[in-house]
Write a protein that binds this ligand. Structure first.
Ligand SMILES: [Fe+2]
Length: 268
């Protein structure tokens, strides 16, 4: 009973297809601009198809996601010895499906609904390559998050200085599939060294593409009154590392239109 298409391209609207094919001048390679760390796209994923996928995903995984919680450290106030020197590590409360373990029930459920196949499709990575404008490594990470009422992530920057492949930056792409019980959830992000920008992420089929690291946080899910039990925002994530300069062509995903390399675009 697969509900997700095997290719991400099959979820796209004509506008989304143009981006995938590198024909949308405003979006193609948008994240190559060092001043632009983040793109939020609407009207790119077909809302009716996204809604059907969301409902299948929710039915398959809502009882299998596991809590992931990093609270504010208990001594973050009592341990302070100087005024104004508070430090807040990344805090988060969300649930996640463990898609890396093929023996887990959540992997089997995600596989049955077609989710893992779509997240592994070359047009999913191709879309990230098109918006980021970068040649990306073919082995990308996938993840599913489920934000319920009050779930959030606190301010953080996703910098990984200990990992050579990620320390100079990497690309994340998120597809939001929000249940009707959610009133709102926002992403707040930095501009000119302030957390001053905000975009609503409680969408059905909204895509956000990031050139990390940069400072951001996700506000708590607020449920519609009386709909707390059905207030979930699902997020499908891909995490893409930059390809090494001399990587084999078979090991990379290239942005559309790059000379001498095969485009991931497949026309169904
Ligand atoms: Fe983040």
């Amino acid at each position: 009973m697969k509900r997700f298409p095997s290719q991400f391209a099959d979820l796209l609207t004509p506008k989304g297809r143009r981006i995938l094919e590198g024909k949308d001048k405003a979006v193609s390679g948008a994240l190559l601009d060092p001043a632009r760390r983040f793109v939020a796209l609407q009207g790119v994923v077909d809302v009716a198809k996204a809604t059907a996928c969301r409902d299948a995903l929710d039915a398959a995984l809502r009882d299998l996601v596991v809590p992931m919680e990093d609270p504010i450290p208990v001594d973050s106030i009592s341990g302070m010895t100087m005024n104004y020197m508070e430090l807040l590590p990344k805090t988060v409360r969300v649930r996640t499906a463990l898609l890396e373990n093929r023996r887990s029930r959540s992997w089997k459920a995600a596989e049955a609904v077609g989710l893992t196949g779509m997240l592994r499709s070359d047009t999913f990575a191709g879309f990230a390559a098109a918006v980021s404008g970068r040649v990306l490594r073919r082995n990308w990470g996938i993840q599913v998050l489920c934000y319920g009422p009050g779930d959030y992530s606190g301010p953080h920057n996703d910098h990984h200085p200990e990992e050579a492949e990620a320390r100079d930056g990497y690309v994340d792409m998120h597809l939001s599939l929000t249940m009707p019980g959610v009133e709102h959830q926002y992403l707040v992000y930095e501009k000119d060294h302030h957390l001053s920008e905000m975009t609503r992420v409680s969408t059905v089929g909204g895509l956000t593409v990031y050139r990390l690291p940069f400072w951001h946080y996700t506000t708590p899910v607020v449920a519609r009154r009386g709909a707390e039990g059905e207030a979930r925002r699902w997020v499908l994530l891909g995490t893409f590392l930059d390809a090494a300069p001399k990587a084999r062509p078979a090991s990379v995903v290239v942005p559309p239109g790059q000379p001498g390399v095969r485009s991931p675009v497949r026309v169904a």
